[in-house]
Design a protein around this ligand. Sequence first.
Ligand SMILES: [Zn+2]
Length: 64
Amino acid sequence: MAKQTDFAEKARKASQEKGVKCPKCGTVKIPTLYVQATASKRGSYKFSRQNVQICKCNEKQILE
Ligand SMILES: [Zn+2]
């Protein structure tokens, strides 16, 4: 069981070090591929892909 705890702890630390902390909310920002559908004049949809950093400040806007 001790090994599992060590591994979990290392994984947790590694993920914290990789992420950039938001200075506003203190949450580690999670890079996410955000796909936005935009209607064109002809009635078809265009999809634009964007890499966004999600933290508590903008998660509600993006994950609505
Ligand atoms: Zn934030």
